[in-house]
Ligand binder design. Structure first.
Ligand code: DC
Length: 230
């Protein structure tokens, strides 16, 4: 945050590919805040299911996750995700893990565990004098409904699929835009229609449609509001 400003929590929610991860990371960097990517946490749980052969729909999932430790460490490029002390930052971006992450996120025990962890991480940061930029699907509605700033990012699904494809190509992966589009639409439907903490705009959240915005404009829109000029 700006020098002398109070320590705050900024909640950024929105669907996959709306630009929220890259935007939140950059807003955190420019405001000296801790960046917390909550989607990465659900992805780590999904990866744990894949690697341990667990059924993400099982009623037992909560107890099976009891000893699982998920940790997010800030890094130069944003964040490093650890699952039981192993760096899984790359593995959790796999498309099978992406699809499964929205399955595991329907589980009440998983959500309770993640929300608790998210609140603990933010509390520790704020108590140490820092600010937090947390992004996900339910940050403004459930995790921090009283966050000082709440944003809801949206964008046309076709544009979101193209952004995902560009990101993958940049990293040297092949990308099928039609398939990505279908995955995004399916995941939106699952995230919006689930019973627990469905994806929706929080009360008093500022909606930003990023369809026609450049990355710089997205970031600036948010910083402008945080700095009291919104
Ligand atoms: O933001 P992402 O695509 O990395 O999120 C992966 C999945 O995790 C997404 O399908 C929905 C779920 N999720 C959630 O339910 N709640 C959050 N706060 C963040 C993500």
């Amino acid at each position: 945050m700006e020098k002398g400003s109070p320590h705050v929590i900024v909640a950024i929610d929105g669907p996959a590919g709306s630009g929220k991860s890259s935007t939140a990371r950059e807003v955190a960097r420019r405001t000296n805040s801790l960046y917390i990517d909550t989607g990465a946490m659900y992805r780590a749980v999904a990866l744990f299911c894949v690697e341990s052969g667990l059924d993400p729909r099982s009623d037992q999932l909560g107890s099976q996750l009891r000893d699982v430790v998920i940790r997010l460490d800030p890094s130069e490029s944003g964040i490093v995700v650890y699952l039981n002390d192993i760096d899984v930052s790359e593995k959790i971006r796999d498309s099978r893990v992406s699809a499964l992450s929205s399955e595991v996120s329907k589980n009440a025990d998983v959500r309770d565990k993640m929300v608790l962890l998210q609140r603990q991480m933010a509390k520790k940061c704020v108590e140490n004098g820092g600010s937090v930029v947390m992004e996900g699907r339910d940050i403004g509605t459930v995790v921090f409904p009283n966050a000082e700033f709440k944003f809801f990012l949206v964008a046309d699904p076709k544009v979101r699929a193209k952004r995902r494809a560009d990101q993958m190509r940049e990293k040297g992966f092949r990308a099928d835009e039609d398939k990505l589009y279908q995955e995004i639409v399916d995941r939106d439907r699952r995230d919006e229609s689930r019973e627990l903490s469905p994806l929706r705009k929080a009360e008093f959240a500022i909606e930003i449609d990023t369809t026609g915005l450049s990355f710089e404009e997205q970031v600036e829109n948010i910083i402008h509001v945080i700095n009291g000029n919104g």
